[in-house]
Design a protein around this ligand. Structure first.
Ligand code: DQA
Length: 176
């Protein structure tokens, strides 16, 4: 069940801040040094910091989580439902091409998500052309490097009706 977008404290209705979860799959902890010809020079920490500060400027909580273990990622997706996460950005990395179980976890939560890949998986080996996630995702970004995460976050903010002004401040346009 999705979390309510507002709650009552005393007689006042208080809007809850939107929450976005960024999930990074196996080997993405090595970004910066790992095959930079495919994945660029930004470290995972650089990417996470960029996303968190953008979220902060918009009054949105951005939590980032990386694991090399399929079950741990599945547990985190299941937990997201209880935590009231509104949107997920996920780079399933190698699990993109193998994990029905992680796909099932995302399907079970029903939380909208965007699939992100640093490299253009379609221009690489044939085994990278198939994703177990793309048909469930609202959209897929591949081949734009670290900027792909930034663009995915902007999409999520808009999807969640977070109105970003030119000064970077925001308000939530509507709550249901
Ligand atoms: C990746 C592409 C995958 O094929 C690969 O296994 C990764 C990273 C990307 O971001 O380009 O680990 O998801």
């Amino acid at each position: 069940m999705p979390k309510p977008t507002s709650t009552r404290r005393g007689s006042k209705s208080v809007a809850l801040p939107k929450a976005i979860l960024v999930l990074h799959g196996p080997n993405l902890n090595l970004l910066g040094s790992r095959e930079p010809q495919h994945y660029g020079h930004a470290s995972l920490e650089d990417i996470n910091q960029m996303l968190k500060s953008r979220g902060e400027a918009c009054g949105v909580s951005v939590e980032c989580f990386q694991s090399n273990h399929e079950g741990v990622l599945i547990d985190r997706v299941q937990q997201a439902r209880h935590d009231g996460v509104d949107f997920i950005l996920i780079n399933p990395a190698g699990y993109t091409h193998t994990s029905i179980a992680l796909r099932d976890a995302l399907a079970a939560t029903g939380i909208p998500f965007v699939e992100v890949h640093l490299s253009n998986v379609h221009a690489r080996e044939p085994f990278r052309h198939h994703s177990y996630f793309s048909d469930l995702a609202l959209g897929v970004i591949a081949g734009l490097g670290a900027q792909g995460y930034e663009l995915a976050l902007e999409f999520a903010l808009r999807h969640l009706h977070v109105k970003v002004t030119s000064h970077g401040s925001q308000k939530t346009e509507k709550t249901h």
